[in-house]
Design a protein around this ligand. Sequence first.
Ligand code: LMR
Length: 394
Amino acid sequence: MLKNIKPSMPDPIMSLMEAYQQDAHPNKVNLGIGLYYDHQGNIPLMQAVHIAEQRLLEQQRPHAYPPIEGSALFANQIQTLLFGEPIPRIATIQSIGGSGALKLGADFIYHYLSRREIWLPDPTWANHQAIFEGAGLQVNSYPYFDDLSGQLRFEAMLDTLSSLPEGSVVLLHPCCHNPTGTDLDPSQWRTLIHRLQQRRLLPFFDIAYQGFGDGLEEDCFALREILKTDLGFLVSNSFSKNMALYGQRVGGLSVCCDSVESAGRVKGALKTLVRRSYSCPPTHGSQVVETLLSDPQLHQLWESELTSMRQRIKQMRITLAAGLEQGGSTLDYARISHQKGMFSYTGLNEQQVNQLRQQYSIYLVSPGRMCLPGLNLQNVDYVAQAILDVTCPK
Ligand code: LMR
C-alpha cells in the first residue's frame, strides 16, 4: 500500500523558504514567506517576549496538561485584543497558531453546523483552500482584487455575496489582506457587514496580522463593527507575527454566539474537536503571551516594538517605490507604498517572479506577492534594480 502513495505537491510558500535557505547566492533576498525581519535581516526576538520568557523560566513551572481549551486568562486576553474587552457570548479557545484555528473552525462548520461550502476571496492565502478542502468543505471564491488596476473589486464582491444562500460561510480578512495588502475602508466594512446581516451569512474572519496595518485597535474595526449586530461569526487569530512567536504555534479561535448559554455549548463542541485531534494545546507560547499581556509595562513595550516594526515596513514600501520611480519603472509602484501589512501584491507576473528568483536569487511568492520586511537598507537598491531589469528589459 505504502509504495503506491503518489508524490505530493510542495507547499508554494514553505517550499520557497527551503529553496531560499539552500541558495548560495551572496545577495539572495527572501521576500517570500510572511516573516518579519529586522533592518539587519534577522527574525527578532521581541524584548517584551524575551522578558516574559525569562520570568516564566524563573518560576520553574512544571509542564502539566493545560485544559483542553487552554487557559481562561489567555482566552480573555484574546477577546480584549480583538474586541476591546471580554465578551461573555463569545466562546474562545486556544489553537495551534492561526492555521490551527482555521482548521478547528472548518471542522466546527462541517460537523456542527452541517455546512458543506465556504467562499474565499479571490485571491487569498494559498493555505486557506487547502485547510478548508482538507476539512471536507467545497471551496468557492468571491471577487476581491483586480491585479491589473490594483483595486479592490468591492461592487463585484458585494454582488456575489448578495447572491449566496442564507447561512453560507464567507471568509474575510479584517486587516492586511494576504496576499494583496488591500483592505476595505471603514465605510466599505459597514456596507459589507450590513449586507452580511441582510443575507444572514456566516462570516469567518482570519486576522493573522493584527497590528501590522494601522494599529492594534484600528485593525479590528470590522470585528468591533460586526459585534454590534446580531450575526454569529468566527474569528481565527494568531500571535505568530505580532509577537514573532512563529514556531510556538499560538493563536485562538473565537465564535460569537447569540447568548452566554449558546457560547457554553459551542465551547463544548470545540473542546470535543480538540480532544479528538490533539487532546490539548501546548503551553509555552500561550504562557509567554499571558505573561506579557498581564503586565502593563510589558504590554506597552510590546506595542511600541510592534509600532516600530510597522513603521519599518512602511519605510521599506516607500523606499522601494521611490527606487522604482527613479528608475522609470513601468510597474504600478504606487500600490507598493499604499498597500498594508507585510505584503504587497506588486503586479509582477509569474514569469518575472521566476526570473527574479533564477537570475537574482530574489524570492517572491507567485504571482507577485512580496513580503516587505525582507527588505532593508542593504538590499533594497539591489531588489529595485532587479525589478527594473525584469520589467523593462533593454
Ligand atoms: C504566509 O502567508 O507567508 C504566512 O502566513 C506563512 C504561512 O504559513 O504561509
